[in-house]
Write a protein that binds this ligand. Sequence first.
Ligand SMILES: [Zn+2]
Ligand SMILES: [Zn+2]
Length: 65
Amino acid sequence: MQGGMVECPLCKGFKKIGCPMCGGGGLMRTDVEPRSARCCNNCGGLGVCTCTVCFGEGVMPVVPF
Ligand SMILES: [Zn+2]
Ligand SMILES: [Zn+2]
């Protein structure tokens, strides 16, 4: 019998996390044009992206020692 699943420690079951590329703002500044911001191409401007720990499951398997 396996241990089962626990709530993801990173997203707390929310399944999404603040985008690390844009810091959750949904916009990215370019080095070429610092005054202009464009949609973050990691999250598509949403500011959140799928959790990288649980891959959007919200839970993850208990890791046995
Ligand atoms: Zn982003
Ligand atoms: Zn997660």
